[in-house]
Design a protein. Sequence first.
Length: 301
Amino acid sequence: MSVSTVLPPVPATAEPATAPRERRGNRRLSPAATILLLLGALYCLFPVLWVLIASSKSSGELFSTFTLMPSSHLFDNIADLSTYRGGLYWRWMANTALYAGVGAAGSTLVSAMAGFALAKYAFPGKQFVFNLILAGVLVPGVILAIPQYLLLAKVGMTNTYWSVLLPSMITPYGIYLCRIFAAAAIPTEVLEAAHIDGAGDWRTFGTVALPMMRSGLVTVFLFQFVAIWNNFMLPYIMLGDDRLYPLTVGLNGLLNQGANQPSMYIVVVTGALLSIVPLVALFLGLQRYWRVDLGAGAVKA
């Protein structure tokens, strides 16, 4: 009686574990791409460096010394800026924070609700509404400033905080982003399970959809916050009281005074430096909420 032994199949020759590392090691670097990236970074950072150096100079040194030569008058300039008209600059800073914070938060909420509805609900005219929003993305906000002024003037809301806040709370681009993100990050099965458990539409949106859309909503909030913070035309048209001005309009007024008072130029430069500090802090504080892939919301939220 013979016994046959079945030998297991010989596996294919496995690729050495070091192959991926070797492939990564053999990857060629592009000096041209590196140089372009460095030039792009320099292009973006040089104005910030110039503002930082210029704000450290006195009014006499601003135009008489080498551009990149720093000085030691930064804190003196901040003190002069703070005492201008009883601290009017900090009133402008508070106004800007109000416009940008409340406007961006309201815009993010409206965009989330509209984007979620366009992505997950079926209703008559849905595609037409979405196409209309896409068309609104192509319309510059400057074009809408005059019609918005005329509409708000009819109800007596110009030269108030609401005249800047209300137009900032609806942004077609934010709605478009939320619609795309909701469609990718929120599975329909999860919503159906929430409805089976007895959750209504509002509860499903607040407890299920919003947590899944968190990373996308942070992106929308940042975009809108920066847009409102840097907005000039809308508050310039809507506001007449300088105590309601944001930083952009207030610093523009100081810059115009520089033609008769050259010492005001250094005040404007110092104010511009301080105006970017909250934006930098906001980006550093919220960057951990960003996600590279849209699918992270549904699985990992």
